[in-house]
Design a binder for this molecule. Sequence first.
Ligand code: NI
Length: 253
Amino acid sequence: MLFDTHTHLDDERFNEDRDQVIEKVYASGVTLAVNIGADMASSKESVALSEKYDFIYAAVGVHPHEVETLTEADMETLKQLAALEKVVAIGEIGLDYYYDNAPRELQKKWFLRQLELARELDLPYIIHDRDAHADTMEMIKRVGYHRGVLHCYSGSAEMARELLDMGFYISFAGPLTFKNGKRAREVAEIVPMERLLIETDSPYLTPEPHRGERNDSSLVRFVCEKLAEIKGISVEEAARITYENGKQFFGIQ
Ligand code: NI
């Protein structure tokens, strides 16, 4: 059994065959998944998927690319969605200084606001940090509530150690399997097994040997296999531990 802790099955790339894909995912042994919100619409779609499928849970939140039009009324809406039974986290939220699709000051403002929302609701949160490591750390420290995961981790080993000390989880996706994923593999080596999560971030970041194809949650097993190899444990053991970690992190019974 596998747990894909970060997927976007609501993405338009699944519009033609979403139900079949989701059935395939479940049949492949992925018996838990969290569908992640990236804007207000996809947060609502995440909730809808969680209501339709027993094994899918939802996170609601707004990605740094999408913050420019956010309002306090949207925060109220997120709060209402977050009260639903199968909504288990706020996310994905964070900073993206690689694409810079929204002004950095606005990214920071709404990242902090959503961190505060997670704190207020006593929910875990999912962080997207691309080329914004220093400011991400600053925001986390400012909010003082450290129940989060760094998704598709791309920071240094040093930053990972600091995050682990604060209680964070670290999650790895397809890049762990990439030829140029050496840095991610080095970080995975030093993160204690009980703080690791695995994910696909599908339809993005397709793992080897499927790079170039559309990603879906069934391919999380390739991330699991690579992690097992890095840790020198069996694939079954890596699957079991990351599954339990995910349940623990998201508070799923
Ligand atoms: Ni994502």
